[in-house]
Design a protein around this ligand. Structure first.
Ligand SMILES: [Zn+2]
Length: 522
């Protein structure tokens, strides 16, 4: 559906520098950003790009700009029938002039105009609903943009030696007076010290783990659960060799802050990947040490080099979607066995507490399981399409009002964000011009960045809310789109699977329950 539609479009990507000529060096950066955002957008939507028009250093308050004029010529010669900009202000800052183009000139020339981060799509206001999925895609794009910004601002904090949150390393807790600073948790620190001493006395990781387990010393997981998950007590605590080796190699214990160890793969999937060690952000001496350096480096010489290094894991279509139907914990997929070249599923809870028999294996041949699940999904999808055809669209516009209010708030926030960004630009220029000192700049910058972070969070929350309340009809359209794509594909890809399946529950008696993101008609 969407694919065929996209073939009709020849997009003109219009890029404009936001400031006057003398700031070019600083802002050429943002030309690159605009360009990559637009190219990514067109790539993700399979759009054909006719040309990229760049006005470098031209003011947005009038339309006397060479590249823009060339764009208009190409429109009049029917070379371009779609115009895309990063946001509305790229087109122009003059309200009346810009409005003229968006509301009069483009419609008269049958131009579809899209301002990616402003969620403007001129064809959406028409009753032409075939194009509704676009809107969601754009909301998505912006969420992605924001999540990138948050990421880079977090990294900046890490580089300043600030703890940016998450689970504190075993032995430490957040300083109550400064959440970006760590202080020692005495009870846990004693265990850490003991582990280092045991290693020094020659015990293997396995032996250390065994000893601690037998003595019923509380594990990091038990402390964590108790502190963070409503005082929930984990009955069984088992120390693993991996936990021991992680503790023994962690530089946090000599007072160095090690962050950026993990990376969220995608803002949509809550999946985390380990970073390479070269990507770690390490700042020395940011907090009190538990282990002195001499002891730490002595212990490092005793650690076998290949502990915990496993080969790159195979990616499975159903990774992260499988859950145990009997105990509710995740189900993992084992790596391929040499013997029969097969992967198996296994309940994590069973695997962790094998001796206590808290759950059962839930072992299945993964490839077979995948086939069965894809087959069921295909059936569910075909049923959905059939049913959809019959009832067609008789859906109301109930939550339209709520969406309108949210949108107004979003707009205000968006302007605030722009203002803060402009302010940041301004003080940067002031610094370059030596109007303010480095210290003054840093201070104001920090304050603005903090403000930015808070508002960005609010923005993405609200944006998510709006996404949630996109009218049923639009949702329906999107899902239908995914389902059509899924049914037309010989081998489904991960993107479609994630969008169609919420979770899969596997029971020991081989029953399978697939929870889909669309209304299952059974
Ligand atoms: Zn289980």
């Amino acid at each position: 559906m969407l694919e065929n539609l996209n073939k009709m479009y020849n997009a003109g990507l219009y890029i404009r520098l936001s400031r006057e000529d003398d700031d070019k060096i600083h802002f050429s950066e943002s030309i690159t950003n605009q360009k990559s955002l637009l190219l990514q957008y067109t790539k993700e939507n399979n759009l054909k790009v006719y040309d990229i028009y760049i006005d470098d250093g031209y003011s947005g308050t009038n339309f006397e700009r060479p590249a823009f004029k060339k764009l208009l010529r190409d429109i009049e010669n029917h070379k371009v029938n779609m115009v895309i900009t990063k946001d509305l202000s790229r087109l122009g800052r003059d309200y009346i002039g810009t409005g003229n183009f968006v509301e009069k000139y483009f419609p008269e020339h049958h131009i579809r105009y899209i301002a990616v981060t402003d969620n403007i799509d001129t064809f959406l206001d028409n009753s032409n609903n075939d194009i509704a999925p676009f809107k969601a895609i754009m909301n998505d794009m912006y969420a992605k943009d924001i999540s990138k910004k948050i990421k880079s601002s977090l990294k900046a904090k890490m580089k300043e030696g600030k703890w940016v949150g998450g689970r504190t390393p075993f032995g430490y807790e957040q300083d109550k007076d400064n959440k970006n600073h760590l202080v020692i948790n005495e009870e846990q620190a004693r265990i850490v010290k003991r582990i280092f001493d045991m290693c020094l006395s020659g015990l293997s990781f396995y032996k250390i783990a065994q000893k601690l387990t037998n003595e019923k010393v509380k594990t990091p997981a038990q402390y964590y659960r108790f502190e963070w998950k409503n005082n929930y007590h984990l009955k069984y605590g088992k120390w693993h060799s991996k936990t021991i080796s992680d503790i023994l190699t962690n530089r946090m214990y000599i007072g160095d802050l090690v962050q950026n160890k993990r990376n969220k793969i995608n803002y949509k999937i809550k999946k985390v990947a380990k970073n390479m060690e070269s990507d770690y952000i390490i700042v020395p001496n940011t907090h009190e040490a538990i282990i002195d350096k001499e002891l730490f480096y002595e212990v490092q010489t005793r650690i076998p080099k290949n502990v915990g290094r496993c080969e790159k894991k195979e990616n499975h279509l159903l990774d992260g979607l499988l859950y145990c139907g009997d105990c509710g914990h995740r189900i993992s997929i084992t790596s391929r066995r040499k013997k029969d070249n097969r992967c198996y599923t296994i309940c994590n809870y069973y695997r962790t507490y094998m001796k206590q028999r808290l759950c059962t294996t839930h072992s299945n041949n993964y490839d077979e399981l995948e086939k069965v699940i894809i087959n069921s999904l295909t059936k569910m999808c075909s049923n959905f399409i059939m049913k959809d055809k019959i009832k067609d669209s008789i859906l109301s516009n109930l939550d339209k009002m709520g969406t309108v209010n949210n949108k107004k708030e979003l707009e205000i926030l968006h302007n605030d964000l722009k203002q803060i960004n402009d302010n940041l630009d301004d003080i940067y220029i002031d610094k370059l011009n030596k109007k303010i000192t480095e210290e003054q700049f840093e201070r104001v910058k920090l304050k603005l960045e903090n403000e930015l972070l808070i508002k960005q969070k609010k923005y993405s929350e609200l944006n998510n809310n709006i996404n949630d309340t996109i009218s049923e009809e639009t949702k329906n359209k999107m899902i239908t789109e995914y389902i059509h794509r899924f049914l037309s594909m010989k081998k489904p890809n991960r993107e479609l699977i994630i969008n169609l399946i919420d979770r899969i529950e596997i029971f020991e008696n081989k029953n399978i329950n697939i929870r889909v993101t669309f209304k299952d008609v059974y």
